[in-house]
Design a protein around this ligand. Structure first.
Ligand code: HAM
Length: 425
């Protein structure tokens, strides 16, 4: 009986067996770029649990949203409580923020996370049932200046990775009242076309008409051409903030495209929303996205705080990187590969390797006792810097043969001097 991995999931392996984006080295590389970026922008790491009470996501993301109504992994625990694997990170960060009363400590909080998210979607290239997000949340600041800061941070992340062919789409969805009024107007406009809409859009018309704006169906798109625009429903404050934001982006030389149909699929957004698409991905081309969610803390029973953030899919970012032929730098550390060729040599090798490891030098012992040639091949394959060989001859003379695998030179070292000699090598 075999137990294959569940649909829509993948392993990240330290071997070059599958596509390169599934290699551990690629993930380590991207994570190191993220940690440095966040340090440079003054963000601190937060880690929240993988599952939360279901009601948290119902309230934050919205019961009518696709994420909550169709995609959540929800289960009952042994006491019958409804829990869900997190489909996104913002709700959990804000739950922790309110629960731990973080606004008591300081006014502005800059938090980031690298975490797996779970969505029951139809798997396809770039879309998985467990995916990973790098996300940031800036809580406690309201103005378009912070919006510009966050958008720049997101783009700087991609810049540091060397990505190109990205497009920043941006829009303002106003406050909750503007959105409600717009929803009503959109529904009124679409109602006469009900029978012509795609099956999905027909259902959305009642439940969540804003999602129809995302429809890829050509008939739906034609109908939408003359639909009312959200910009006509914005409050004066939302309009002014958006205008200032666009000016700030110009100031920072950030190119953007105002996309009036961009409303995003999560209910907590208000005012600024944005999405970055990659020209190197297929249908699932959103590499990152975010927006403002003022007042979410209040909805969670805390003080009313503004907030803005973004999240970027790590799988899609790595896939873009590889599609654009960007080399993933792999950090090389010197390591020592021990080859005992006699049963008595095993113990000596174990002792020497342990000594090196305690000195923070990477050491591997090949206990297989196969042929020397094969063992050296394995050492080369693992990119070891040195091979330390201990056969009967060496044991007799109480030495080891130490081979520099790059220079292809070798020396004999007395076992007693081994550690000092190798660390100065
Ligand atoms: P989101 O747009 O739902 O936003 O997801 C963010 C990113 O996660 C997407 O742009 C995409 O790159 C990636 N992603 C989403 N679903 C999948 C999937 N099934 N497979 C692979 N990648 C996926 C949020 O989650 C918000 N919490 C972002 C945010 C943070 N807004 C404010 N703060």
């Amino acid at each position: 009986m075999k137990y294959p991995i569940a649909k829509g999931l993948f392993d990240i392996l330290p071997y070059p067996l599958e596509e390169k984006w599934k290699h551990t080295d690629a993930w380590h590389f991207i994570e190191s770029v993220i940690h440095k970026l966040c340090q440079d922008y003054g963000f601190l790491e937060i880690r929240t649990p993988v599952f939360e009470k279901t009601e948290l996501f119902n309230r934050a993301v919205g019961e009518a949203s696709d994420i909550v109504s169709k995609e959540m992994y929800t289960f009952l625990d042994k006491k019958g409580r409804s829990l869900s694997l997190r489909p996104e990170g913002t709700a959990s960060v804000m739950r922790a923020f309110v629960e731990k009363n973080l606004q008591m400590h300081k006014k502005i909080h800059r938090l980031y996370y690298i975490a797996p998210m779970f969505r029951y979607e139809r798997p396809q290239s770039g879309r998985y049932r467990q995916h990973h997000q790098f996300g940031v949340e800036l809580i406690g600041a309201k103005g378009p200046y912070e919006d510009a800061e966050i958008i720049d941070m997101c783009l700087e992340y991609y810049r540091r990775l060397g990505l190109n062919d990205l497009t920043l789409l941006i829009n303002s969805v106003g406050d909750a009242t503007s959105r409600e009024n717009y929803k009503k107007a959109l529904k009124e406009y679409l109602f006469p076309f009900k029978e012509e809409l795609s099956e999905d859009s027909k259902i959305r018309l009642e439940k969540n008409p804003l999602r129809i704006l995302d429809s890829k169906d050509t008939k739906d798109q034609n109908i939408l051409k003359n639909a009312p625009s959200i910009s006509d429903y914005l409050s004066i404050e939302a309009k002014e903030d958006f205008q200032t934001l666009l000016e700030l982006l110009d100031e920072l030389n950030i190119f953007y495209k105002v996309e009036e149909k961009l409303v995003r699929g999560l209910d907590y957004y208000n005012k600024t929303v944005f999405e970055i698409t990659s020209g190197s991905l297929g249908a699932q081309n959103a590499i990152g996205a975010g927006g403002r969610y003022d007042g979410l803390t209040k909805a969670f029973g805390g003080k009313d705080e503004p907030g803005i953030g973004f999240a970027s899919g790590i799988e899609r970012t790595l896939q873009t990187l590889l599609a654009q032929n960007i080399e993933i730098p792999i950090e090389q550390v010197s390591s020592v590969y021990f080859i005992p060729l006699e049963p008595d040599a095993k113990k000596v090798c174990l002792k020497l390797a342990t000594f090196l490891r305690h000195k923070k030098i990477e050491a591997v012992i090949d206990f297989e006792m196969g042929k020397l040639k094969n063992a050296l091949q394995k050492a080369n394959k693992q990119n070891a810097s040195y091979a330390v060989i201990l056969g009967s001859n060496e044991l007799k003379k109480q030495i080891v043969t130490c081979k520099d695998l790059e220079k292809q030179t070798q020396i004999e070292i007395p076992i007693n001097d081994f550690v000092t000699t190798l660390t100065d090598f």
